[in-house]
Design a protein around this ligand. Structure first.
Ligand code: PLP
Length: 389
């Protein structure tokens, strides 16, 4: 039998909720209230409640959530913002869009989240310590960064923290929800996220009422009253149609998240049973060519991605592709080495762990609809590749 296990399969999720989603869309169409309609407010309240935050401010994307957060915190030209080098471009792109400059730091090789000790080093650098104005930890793949250490560094240096929780809706760190620990947290509703819309969408979470008020203004042209502008805001609202889709999907999110965790636990069982990974290894080796995702104790990991570190990545990914199994690389080039940031003159080896992760990571399919049989096919194929060559 031909294997066909796509990396992402949004159609299977849609098939299971088609009627609810279409009813939600239909309601908005009937009302013809597309901008900041009731569903947006409902969605903001729901997600804020789920994340134990006082405010949720919907916006057009996760990237805009980051930009709006920086603008609301007063970050702009002449300022620098610490970001991990190993993340999606938008984490640093938002800093540049705010007029500031990113300071790239390295990651912890086990969690692949920002390394607090490299943040500490950046903050100790005399040339830049006075112009660093914020820290953006990214909760990569669905797992929160080491927030206790980061929050203590931020406090020591009186810096605001913007959590990039784009991949981590419902994740928790020692019981605290992602996005609720810093000054604000940014979510993305990009279609492949754990809660994905039918297009772009995002939200900022915060417990700070003043910041929430600024964010409301900034996302809507800086106008408190129509045509009277007190700030140079932008047009970045969460569409009512998107909010309607997201609201119907949000009901299923806790269950889908648990299913993702069950899939992750099953992968772990299958891989360990195959004997190709050492559970304590950090990097792949010839003997143990696969390293499984590491969950830091106390973290509730929501597995937006199930990301391995593997030996001979290209050959292995090609082998899986030739057997009908989709994979993806998040991310192949660290940000300090991206052409757009060459003007910042980082040495290629400035963030060695990011560099190494970029050459080894491989994400394999994980979604609630993935069957046990499909998971066994994925691990079986990986095992076969390494045992046959
Ligand atoms: C870590 C991270 N930050 C920011 C973003 C940007 O979110 P969006 O695609 O909704 O703009 C994403 C999503 O792709 C992401 O994964």
């Amino acid at each position: 039998m031909e294997t066909n296990i796509p990396f992402i399969h949004l159609k299977s999720q849609y098939a299971s909720i088609r009627e609810e989603v279409e009813a939600g869309i239909h309601k908005v169409l009937e009302r013809q209230s597309f901008i900041l309609g009731d569903e947006v407010k409902e969605m903001e309240e729901l997600i804020a409640r789920l994340h134990n935050c006082a405010h949720g401010v919907g916006c057009a994307s996760g990237s805009d959530a980051l930009l709006l957060s920086l603008l609301a915190l007063g970050i702009g030209p002449g300022d620098k913002v610490i970001v991990p080098s190993f993340t999606f471009f938008a984490t640093a792109g938002s800093v540049v869009r705010a007029g500031a400059t990113p300071v790239f730091v390295d990651i912890d090789p086990r969690t692949m989240n920002i390394s607090p000790s490299t943040v500490e080093q950046a903050l100790a650098d005399h040339d830049q310590k006075d112009i660093i104005k914020a820290i953006i930890p990214v909760h990569l793949y669905g797992q929160c960064a080491d927030m206790d250490r980061l929050l203590s560094l931020a406090k020591q240096h009186s810096l605001p923290v913007v959590e990039d929780a784009a991949q981590s809706i419902l994740a928790r760190y020692g019981g605290r929800p992602a996005g609720s620990m810093g000054n604000c947290g940014c979510l993305s509703f990009f279609p492949t996220k754990n809660l994905g819309g039918a297009g772009d969408g995002g939200m900022i979470l915060t417990n700070d009422s003043k910041l929430a008020e600024l964010l409301h203004l900034l996302r809507d042209h800086g106008a408190r009253e129509r045509n009277f502008h007190i700030l140079a805001g932008i047009n970045s609202r969460l569409d009512t149609l998107q909010a309607a889709v997201l609201l119907t999907k949000a009901k299923h999110l806790p269950g889908w998240t648990e299913q993702r965790q069950q899939k992750a636990a099953f992968y772990q069982k299958l891989f360990l049973g195959a004997g190709i990974c050492d559970p304590d290894a950090v990097y792949p080796t010839a003997k143990f060519p696969v390293v499984l995702p590491y969950t830091q104790p106390g973290n509730y990991h929501v597995f937006n991605q199930y990301t391995l570190r593997v030996a001979r990545r290209k050959e292995m990914a090609d082998y899986l592709a030739s057997h009908g199994i989709g994979t993806a690389i998040y991310y192949p080039l660290p940000l300090h080495r991206q052409p757009v940031f060459s003007c910042l003159n980082y040495a290629n080896d400035a963030c060695p762990e990011s560099e190494r992760a970029a050459s080894e990571v491989l994400s394999i399919p994980i979604y609630p609809e993935l069957s046990d049989e499909q998971q066994a096919q994925v691990t079986g194929c990986i095992n076969k590749f390494y045992s046959s060559r």
